[in-house]
Design a protein. Structure first.
Length: 251
């Protein structure tokens, strides 16, 4: 049930017929894992906490650096040098004390990642390297958990949803294989703050749709964002039947 305080707090989204009381209850009962609390993870965590997702698992082994503050809006000047998880915990508790927060301050190895993924209903990949993305994708495919994947660098962003529960859904490996040995980072190539805010906000939107059970998620579709020209483009993406990660899931 929702308390009177919760009914008031979430009243504006409860007014939406697509959400209503039932959808809000589903959000309250839901558990989500956010991998990375940087430029993408910041708006994801803020919006999911504000929306009333019942339990948020926060995973990041890094500390806050001054260069992060241009785009990682969950942190502030007083957070510099602090664990990103601890910094995020402070902010999220201030926003919504009703949400249960679970901290993962160390890098998740294969076993701990599998266990953490199994403990939640949905995963949001807000990381910034192919190795982590591959590991998170493999854990989600093996655990049957939907994965909301976002990325942004320079003035370009992208977003999609991988959902092993749907037989037409590709996975991260279907699209990108083993990634690039020469992958760029924001510290090398740069990135604009509002762009990661946009991608992260869209990730939060996709997560809320999946958890509350409304709308059409971005499964089988890749959204490409060109911030320079303010243009959005959508590509249809298909599952690779020979994919070594998800190919055997729907045999």
């Amino acid at each position: 049930m929702l308390s009177d305080q919760e009914l008031l707090r979430y009243s504006r989204q409860i007014l939406l017929s697509q959400v209503d009381i039932d959808g809000q209850l589903r959000l309250k009962q839901a558990k989500a894992l956010i991998v990375g609390l940087g430029g993408l993870g910041s708006p994801v965590a803020l919006y999911l906490a504000a929306a009333g997702v019942g339990e948020l698992h926060l995973a990041d082994f890094d500390t806050v650096d001054l260069t992060n503050l241009q785009r990682q809006v969950i942190h502030d000047n007083a957070s510099v040098g602090m664990s990103k998880v601890d910094s995020a915990l402070q902010r999220l508790r201030a926003i919504n004390p009703e949400v249960k927060l679970v901290a993962h301050r160390h890098a998740l190895d294969q076993d701990s990642l599998a266990a953490t993924v199994a403990a939640v209903d949905l995963v949001l990949d807000c990381s910034d390297n192919f190795g982590t993305r591959e590991a998170v994708n493999a854990a989600c495919m093996a655990g049957g958990r939907p994965l909301v994947s976002g990325a942004a660098i320079r003035l370009e962003g992208q977003l999609t949803v991988f959902d092993p529960r749907r037989d037409y859904s590709p996975c991260y490996h279907c699209l990108y294989g083993h990634g690039s040995e020469a992958e760029l980072t924001c510290s090398e190539a740069g990135v604009l703050g509002p762009l990661v805010g946009l991608v992260g906000s869209l990730q939060a939107l996709e997560a809320l749709k999946l958890l509350a059970g409304f709308g059409e998620p971005l499964v089988g579709r890749l959204l490409l964002i060109d911030a320079l020209g303010t243009r959005l483009r959508e590509l249809r993406v298909k599952r690779d039947p020979a994919c070594p990660v998800c190919g055997s899931l729907h045999e």
